[in-house]
Design a protein around this ligand. Structure first.
Ligand code: NDP
Length: 433
């Protein structure tokens, strides 16, 4: 705690994990003796760097770049890059810490890391985004590699940015090292279903939880926040499974479409035009936009927060509970505050933490790495089936751990303990490093 006093998000993420580990540590005193906890909360390496670039008016801009290489006991560091003005060391460390356990749950042999910059892509021209990405990679190049650290996308980093980053990596190293980044374009090493994977995976996880208690997504209303990569494909999969996703949002407000969100229109506005969610209501009769207010006030049986950390607090939880929510699945990382998680769990709502529910994205990234290494390419159906299997395994592993440690159906305990034991055991066997 002393070393991370000014890092509230990181402390929140660590506390949330450590608080659940008591029964695990009782069973495994060797983890305490081996200093696993002390080692686990300290990143193996943190890199902070200057990112100077020139904007369209010719002015020099300077941002800060981050890469936190948190834990590589299971494989090369793996985790996304976030470009958003709110990025700071606390945010990158919380994301990197969560990533360790999430990656362990995928069983794909990948370590945990995260990075990004306080660069704000909103309103920047394509050329500015390219110059920023090139400047960012000019420094990051020294620390990554297919066997060392493999970054991917996150908020503000999609296939366009990964393309510019990869181009600069290739130019600077004079090597075609496809496996150094994931989320690449499909024509040059990207995997099928990577774009869809996190959103689809979160809904597959919700379906597994519901089926275990004899229910399903079909026929249910879902409230989804965000309108980025994760949200769009969570909405698409809810509809494919016969449910009805009725909301989407961005930092400007939320839309409600009682008939079910028109996914093609949503993709056109957000992916093609890079517009705002309010434009959906302008173009879709029968839908409406709410500028101020909470998307969690909309009645839904399934809630899938897919925007950012701490976006679903106690008020949102109370409102969802009042309206009869049955399942909450985190598409984003740590979107639900600890108070809200407690309210859901006390009310007996099925609650899936992000480190389990949104693991489909990084799992599919690992499949992209395998395909790059084998110089092969899987088709869409094979890739989606594999994602589905992985999410089923993550669910089953998480549920089994919740049973083993005394709280069947507590997926927070299940995800933390199953992820922790896998990493802790590897660290123990590899000695004090
Ligand atoms: P995108 O950049 O594609 O979309 C982010 C969405 O969330 C946008 O609608 C954005 O609205 C909204 N948002 C972001 N920050 C805020 C904020 N501070 N307040 C309100 N709204 C906000 O990102 P992703 O969809 O990739 O990521 C969303 C979440 O999912 C993040 O928590 C990320 O870490 C997590 N995640 C993503 C994975 C992936 O594969 N992409 C994998 C696993 C987790 P606006 O445009 O107004 O900012």
């Amino acid at each position: 705690e002393r070393r991370s006093q000014a890092e509230p998000e990181f402390q929140q993420a660590v506390r949330e994990v450590l608080e659940t580990l008591e029964p695990v540590l009782e069973e495994h005193p060797e983890y305490i003796e081996g200093g696993i906890l002390e080692r686990l909360v300290e990143p193996e390496r943190q890199i902070l760097f200057r990112v100077p670039w020139v904007d369209d008016s010719g002015k020099v801009q300077v941002n800060r770049g981050y890469r936190v290489q948190f834990n590589s006991a299971l494989g090369p560091f793996k985790g996304g890059l976030r470009f958003h003005p709110s990025v700071n060391l606390s945010v990158v460390k919380f994301l990197g810490f969560e990533q360790i356990f999430k990656n362990a749950l995928t069983s794909q042999r990948i370590g945990g890391g995260k990075g990004g910059s306080d660069f704000n892509p909103a309103g920047k021209s394509d050329a500015e985004v390219m110059r920023f990405c090139q400047a960012f990679m000019s420094e990051l190049v020294h620390y990554i590699g297919e066997h060392t650290d493999v970054p991917a996308g996150d908020i503000g980093v999609g296939s366009r940015e990964i393309g510019y980053l990869f181009g600069q990596y290739r130019r600077m190293t004079n090597r075609y090292e496809a496996g150094v980044l994931t989320g690449k374009g499909k024509g040059w090493g990207g995997a099928e279903v990577r774009t869809e994977a996190t959103g689809y995976g979160a809904v597959f996880f919700a379906e597994e939880m519901l089926q275990r208690v004899g229910e399903s997504v079909a026929g249910r209303r879902a409230a989804i926040s965000g309108s980025g990569n994760v949200a769009i494909y969570a909405i698409e999969k809810v509809q494919q499974l016969g449910g009805r996703a009725v909301t989407a949002s961005d930092s400007g407000g939320y839309i409600v479409d009682e008939g079910g969100i028109d996914v093609e229109l949503l993709k056109q506005i957000k992916e093609v035009e890079r517009g705002r969610i309010s434009e959906y209501a302008d173009r879709k009769p029968g839908s409406h936009f709410v500028a101020n207010g909470s998307v969690w006030d909309v009645r839904a049986e399934i809630a899938i927060p897919c925007a950012t950390q701490n976006e679903l607090g106690a008020d949102g939880a109370r409102s969802l509970l009042k309206n009869g929510v049955r399942a909450v699945t985190e598409g984003a990382n740590m979107p639900t505050t600890p108070e809200a998680v407690e309210l859901f769990q006390e009310a007996g709502v099925l609650f899936a933490p992000g480190k389990a529910a949104n693991a489909g994205g990084v799992a599919t990234s690992a499949l992209e790495m395998s395909q790059n290494a084998a110089r092969s390419r899987w088709d869409f159906d094979k890739s989606e089936n594999r994602l589905h299997e992985i999410m089923r395994d993550v669910h089953d592993m998480t549920f089994a751990a919740s049973e083993r440690y005394g709280k069947p159906g507590d997926y927070v305990l299940g995800a933390n303990s199953a992820g922790f034991v896998t990493v802790a055991q590897a660290m123990l066997e590899q000695g004090i490093i």
